[in-house]
Every structure is written in C-alpha cells, then in structure tokens.
Design a protein around this ligand. Structure first.
Ligand code: P6P
Length: 282
C-alpha cells in the first residue's frame, strides 16, 4: 500500500494546525503531558486534529502521541503505526518563533528498525513540509494554495552550523570541549530551542551538528525516541548524514520500551559526527 493517504492526512492536519496557531488563544491547559510538560490548549487541540485525520485511514493500526500517556488503537486490521509530536516547541509560539509537527511512520510495530517514513511540518514565516521516504528527502513549501516541491534535500560531508541543546552548566566536560571545538573552527551558533526549525535549518543550509546530550540534570537526554529522535534520525540518514547516541550507536538501532523514552542524540553531517565520536571516545 502507498503511504500517500497518510501524507495527505498530515497535509490536512498541517493546514488546520497552522490556522489554530494563528487564530486560537495561547493559554495553558490545566494539565501536564506524560513527560510532565504543562500543556498548552494548542498542544491538545493539535493532537485532536491529527488523531481525527488519522482515524479516517483504515491502514493506520495505532497512534502514539507526545500528548498522550499510551498508544491507542485506531483500526485493528490496519498495518501502520504512527508516533507523532503534534506541536513540538509550542512554548515558542508566544514569542512568535517557528514550531513544528513530527511524525514517525512504522510498519507493524513501534520499533526504530520498522520505520518506513518520517515527516515533519514547519510552522514558520512559511508553511513547509518534509518527507523522508524510499531513499529521498523531499521538501515542499506552501505557496499560492499548494505545496510546491523544492529540490531534494541532501547533506554535505561537512557543514558550518552548530546547534548545541541542553543547559550548558549541566553538560559533561568532553561535550563542552566538542561544542567549543566546532566554534573554534568557525561554526555558527544556530539554536532557537525548537527541534524542528533547528534541524530543518541545518538540513537546508547544507549541514552541521545538532546535539542534545545526556546532562547531569537529564542523564538520558530530553528528546523522545519514538516521535522526535527516530523520525529525525531517519531524515538525516536519508539525506546522507548520520544520527547517533553518546555511545556512537545509530539512533535507529536503539530499542524503545516506552513511547516517552528519551535518549542523548546527535544529528549531523559525517565530519561533525566524527567529531562527536572522537570527543566521546566511541
Ligand atoms: P532546551 C522543545 O521543548 C524541545 O522539546 C525541542 O523542540 C527542543 O529541541 C528542546 O526541547 C530544547 O530544549 O533544554 O535546549 O531548551
């Protein structure tokens, strides 16, 4: 079966969420998600929009959302399982910075090795959509009423952007030395606190490094495997880059026992990932 009905559902969700971001209020809901993040009403609304659009597709067996504790079955006879972060970085909306939605599409099980495609949407000055599927990363910009396809995205061997996540005072010394080493080579700091725009920028500008390490306050990192880390690892590897954890293992080889499990993660061009491996001694 083609994934096109799923991509179409994501496109419909993107328009509805974009409209909600523009027109709805920003106040916080009186509850937290499974990770303990205080939820914005927009987070919950975005989650409901996506779940509603996916519920129409019988090929979708189950969904797992950042905004929900557990995965839920949609169609028992379905084949694909979709893990998604409906509105990543939503706290940036009230300062008018770009945010995004992230989708990992798995064939039969929520396991990295079963991922068949990933998609992300950027809600910024422009509405953009990127799909990694069947060996290529395709990029679409919404203009004049339609998603216009751009050039396929590929990463160079070496880039020039450095996006260091996490609280610096809690970084391990070898991590700080690696980050500073890139800056001493002339890399430019590009970090907004939004995973989607920060990783999108590195992809579009030819390469660099996005890192979210294990820290003394978050030893297992902050970013969730199923609906943040694995989807972007799939995009970066499809674009010709690499995506590893602090042990030098491919992120897409890591087990995942809970939808909200996190991992330290590094996404980048080959040169920068080699620097990470050198600094971490792996
Ligand atoms: P920090 C947003 O809350 C998010 O989950 C990701 O979008 C982003 O990459 C990360 O957290 C930012 O975390 O600790 O660097 O502010």
């Amino acid at each position: 079966m083609t994934l096109q009905p799923i991509f179409d559902a994501i496109e419909r969700s993107a328009h509805r969420i974009r409209d909600a971001i523009t027109n709805e209020d920003l106040c916080y809901a009186d509850q937290c998600n499974a990770t303990g993040d205080t939820q914005l009403k927009l987070d919950i609304q975005s989650d409901l929009i996506i779940a509603e659009e996916f519920s129409k597709i019988t090929a979708i067996k189950a969904i797992a959302s950042e905004e929900k504790e557990e995965a839920e079955t949609l169609h028992a006879e379905g084949r694909y399982m979709i893990a998604y972060d409906p509105l990543d970085g939503s706290s940036l909306i009230d300062v008018n910075l770009s945010v995004g939605s992230i989708f990992g599409i798995y064939d039969g099980a929520f396991e990295a090795s079963k991922m068949v495609a990933s998609v992300y949407v950027v809600y910024g000055p422009r509405l953009e959509l990127v799909t990694a599927y069947k060996g290529s990363v395709r990029h679409f910009i919404f203009r004049h009423g339609r998603f216009d396809e751009q050039e396929t995205i590929t990463l160079k061997e070496k880039g020039k952007l450095n996006a260091p996540g996490g609280t610096q005072q809690h970084w391990p010394a070898h991590h700080k030395a690696m980050v500073d080493g890139l800056f001493s080579e002339g890399y430019r700091l590009r970090y907004s606190g939004g995973m989607v725009p920060d990783l999108h920028q590195i992809l579009l500008k030819g390469g660099g490094l996005f890192s979210y390490p294990g820290t003394t306050d978050k030893p297992e990192g902050k970013l969730r495997k199923l609906f943040e880390v694995f989807p972007f690892a799939f995009v970066y590897e499809t674009a010709g880059g690499e995506a590893i954890n602090h042990e030098g293992r491919r992120l897409l080889e890591l087990p995942c026992n809970d939808p909200h499990e996190t991992t330290p993660c590094f996404f980048g061009s080959k040169y920068e990932i080699a620097k990470v491996k050198e600094a971490y001694g792996v």
